[in-house]
Write a protein that binds this ligand. Sequence first.
Ligand code: AMP
Ligand code: ZN
Length: 111
Amino acid sequence: MEDCVFCKIRLKELHGTILYSDDDFMIIKDINPQAKIHLIAIPNTHVPYIDMMTEDGACLLGKIISKISHMQEELGITGGYRLIINQGDNAGQTVAHVHIHILGGEKLKEF
Ligand code: AMP
Ligand code: ZN
C-alpha cells in the first residue's frame, strides 16, 4: 500500500483529478486516456488483485458499478460506456490496486 499510486492520490500525497469520492470509492481521470472519457473507479480499501478480494469486497465492486450507472450525467457520459477490469499480467494490470476503468464519450471500438 505504501507505494500504491491510487492510495497516494486518495490520501492527497500525489496529485490526481478526483471527480467524485465517498466512503466506498473515488473516481479519477486516467492520466493516459484511451478514450475521449477515461475514468477510473477505485475502491478506498487497498486490495491489489481481484483474486485477493473477499466476497464483501467483490460485492462492493457491484455497488460501485451500480453507483456509476446513476452518475452518467455528472461524469459527462452520454450514449453508453464500457467498464473494464484488468486482472494480472496477461490483462496488462499495471497498478496493483483493484480498479474499474470507465470508457466513454465516443463510439468505442467493438471487440
Ligand atoms: P491497469 O493497466 O488496469 O492497471 O490501469 C492502470 C491505469 O492507471 C492506467 O490506465 C494508467 O494510465 C492509470 N494511471 C497510472 N498512474 C496514474 C495517475 N498517477 N493518475 C491517474 N491515472 C493513472
Ligand atoms: Zn492502493
